[in-house]
Ligand binder design. Sequence first.
Ligand SMILES: [Fe+2]
Ligand SMILES: [Fe+2]
Length: 293
Amino acid sequence: MVNKVQIDPATRRRGSPFFCVLSARQRLNRGTVRVLFVGDVFGKPGRRILDLRLRALILEHRIDFCVANVENAAGGFGLTPQIAEELLSKDIDLLTSGNHIWDKKAIIPYLSTQPRLLRPANYPVSAPGVGVFLDDTRCGVRVGVLNLQGRVYMPAIDCPFAAAKAAIEQIRKETPIIVVDFHGEATSEKQAFAWCFDGMVSAVVGTHTHVQTADERILPRGTAFITDLGMTGPYDSVIGSVTDLALERFLTQIPVRLEPASANPRFCGAVIEIDEQTGRANSILRLNMPAGG
Ligand SMILES: [Fe+2]
Ligand SMILES: [Fe+2]
């Protein structure tokens, strides 16, 4: 059974807390919308490099709308309401997530009250939260964001292709500007998804593996695609965790508790320019930057 698409009416109600927070921003780009999508923010090192880099990137690339995947923002496992509020109080307009969103129990009631935090839309309808954002950016252009999760080497949840088809039909009634965060392990599944929805969405960006791929491109019908944005966090690590602890796990097969690493933080993500009328992507620029320089 396909999840019924849930678009929380609170996200569209003028005067809601959502609109109070998302204050107006000057229109920067004529005829286009520029989206910055930040790859999986991992622990304190990831949050710190966001603090260092984000404002300058927003100014440099004339960003209208900024999204970050934050499923590992709290100590490498999950997200707390305090950290979500901290991130949303900066220049990030929307938070997406994935399989780790459930790790911290305090996030579960928060998910039902915060429309600017998504969880994958293809979880069962009984799961708290929503997987679709549909509203105006700070510069007044309506955008849709859809968060999905793959099923290859991942927990068994509803079909992301079917959930996407239903959600995209709904979103396209209001805007052609649609960005998808496909949170998945297998490169094949992410590529297949992008080809399936080429021309129906503006961009498909992969998250979850914490390893950036160098395959950013515009598909023939105008969808920008990258298999994985990479991690915004410590790169002298095993996908964010302390190397020795991860090694111990692999060498002994004993479930050692992992801790976030700290060395060599990098900022990873992509800037996508989208035509406002058609919803087609004009360009995708991959970002992979150290903390300084
Ligand atoms: Fe992650
Ligand atoms: Fe994940």
